[in-house]
Design a binder for this molecule. Structure first.
Ligand SMILES: [Zn+2]
Length: 511
């Protein structure tokens, strides 16, 4: 008998925290940040206080009330010992999107993370080149301790090294991966903190309460993995997946391996009747290429920086249209790391935008990007002089750099997901004003005369399978029980299939 408790991620999209247990031992399937629930209380200028550890998140029900967290994140006013503790053998991570991995860093240090090499690299790379917070400390963390006499205020311990997390890689870890995990750029500086690496072994050498197999699947980030867990009952977990990307075959392979699963825990982001026109990664590439071909001046391409497949599409477009693709240094840091470790990306032909800023603090850039790719940098002046030679990978948040480049006209290709909340809509209105200021034409989105936002679906292929593909996956696997998660369309599942279990969050179900 296996017991499944969905602590989070059943009632909306993201924040997956599913616990699968047999004979008192279990594993979490993902431990993500629930953006929807965070957004009920928090926004850009009212953020979680890391200095109170997990106190605020527990109090606001953004983290499950369990005794499974790092002791250094428990202030004295949090009654952690009253919460149930679980025998968590590991977290099986499906992929490195924050809604699946963003709360991992708060878990007890002895809980290892099972993940693909790509997911491990992406989490560490984001941390190396990003801003530190509890939600991003997924590969290593700086231990905290109370600095007030009441034990309420927790700050990083001066002089104490970073602690690296333990990983169980879904492939035999390469030397390059082990060495990437063993240091933080800039750590050789006199006063810099060093990184004490955690262990990184192969997942099939580890003892888990289930026989676990990891299967690569197609999604809008590299390294996405589905899992099959065999115990007294066999369960399959899709993570996020699709069939219409360049790696669609890997999803089909997972489906054919999961046919003995009695319980299928499936995502349903786009579940429901599929009435949209089909967009594949290939068709997006063609649409964007046509748009670049018909542009005379500067082209800006806006897509998610972790959507490496889209980046590859733009590398191809740049080559075919005789332009050079210019990425931001932090994205090149990530691509370089992925290229060295998993060979899944290439930095070949990429140029790097030379931002006007004090770069002395960006150790990852000095140590890696500058030292290896110095001749690839291109500055605002060179782009202003021959804008027709470049495709710039900028997003809304990079619009400030246009004030240095000062382009006169051009094309802005929006190749990302549609705005799904009010804040995003406001940002698109701001983006519209930036583009108008420089006479740049948008493609992929527009504002009509009433300033209503409109997206062109042919410019973006979703990372998720549409309803008809989810139906195909379910029909092929033909499980005894279907547990939909990561969806707003639970009713569609209940109406479309037999044996659908619509779980209540926090309640155990036995199979
Ligand atoms: Zn995802």
């Amino acid at each position: 008998m296996v017991s499944l408790t969905v602590y989070d991620g059943a009632m909306g999209i993201g924040g997956n925290k599913l616990y699968l247990e047999e004979n008192g031992n279990g594993v979490f399937l993902d431990f993500g940040k629930n953006f929807g629930k965070y957004g009920v209380f928090y926004e850009e200028f009212l953020k979680n206080r890391d200095t109170r550890g997990i106190h605020d998140l527990i109090y606001l029900d953004l983290l499950p009330k369990l005794n499974i967290y790092r002791p250094d994140l428990i202030p004295s006013d949090l009654p952690i010992s009253q919460y149930p503790s679980l025998n968590v053998a590991a977290v099986l991570l499906s992929h490195a999107h924050m809604d699946h991995c963003g709360n991992i860093g708060m878990l007890r240090e002895d809980i290892p993370i099972v993940a693909s090499p790509e997911s491990i690299v992406i989490m560490k790379g984001m941390q190396d080149a990003g801003v530190s917070s509890l939600e991003t400390d997924n590969a290593y963390f700086s231990p905290r301790q109370p600095t007030d006499d009441k034990g309420l205020y927790l700050s990083s311990v001066a002089g104490m090294n970073y602690h690296g997390r333990n990983f169980c890689c879904t492939e035999k870890p390469s030397e390059a991966l082990t060495s990437f995990l063993s240091r933080k750029p800039g750590q050789d500086g006199k006063r810099a903190k060093k990184l004490d690496p955690g262990q990184c072994g192969c997942y099939d050498n580890a003892a888990f309460p289930f026989e676990i197999s990891a299967h690569p699947v197609d999604h809008s980030i590299f390294g996405a993995t589905a899992y099959i867990l065999r115990g007294e009952t066999t369960a399959a977990y899709t993570g996020d997946l699709r069939l219409h990307g360049k790696n669609g075959q890997s999803t089909r392979d997972f489906v054919s391996r999961a046919k003995d699963a009695s319980v299928l825990i499936t995502e349903g982001t786009r579940a429901g009747p599929s009435d949209e026109e089909k967009t594949s990664e290939q068709s997006v590439c063609e649409t964007c290429r046509e748009s670049v071909e018909s542009s005379a001046g500067l082209v800006i391409a806006d897509f998610s920086p972790r959507n490496f497949e889209r980046l590859e599409s733009f590398q191809e477009i740049a080559q075919k249209t005789g332009r050079e693709l210019v990425a931001m240094a932090k994205d090149v840091y990530m691509l370089h790391s992925l290229q060295c470790i998993s060979g899944s990306c290439t930095t070949e032909g990429l140029r790097i935008y030379d931002e006007i800023m004090d770069k002395s603090k960006r150790k990852w850039e000095q140590e890696i990007v500058r030292s290896l790719y110095d001749d690839r940098y291109v500055d605002h002046k060179a782009i202003r002089e021959s804008p027709e030679n470049y495709i710039l990978c900028f997003s809304f948040f990079d619009m400030k750099h246009l004030l240095d480049i000062k382009p006169e006209g051009g094309t802005y290709i929006y190749s990302g997901c549609e705005a799904f909340n009010e804040e995003m809509e406001i940002d698109f209105h701001r983006l519209w004003h930036w583009l108008r200021r420089f006479n740049i034409n948008p493609s992929g989105f527009s504002l009509d005369e009433n300033e209503a936002l409109c997206f062109d679906k042919s410019y973006h292929a979703s990372g998720h399978a549409p309803g008809e593909d989810i139906t195909w996956v379910i029909d092929q696997i033909d499980p005894d029980y279907i547990v939909p998660i990561h969806t707003e369309a639970r009713d569609w599942f209940a109406k479309s299939f037999e044996n659908v279990i619509l779980v209540d969050e926090g309640r155990p179900y036995e199979f």
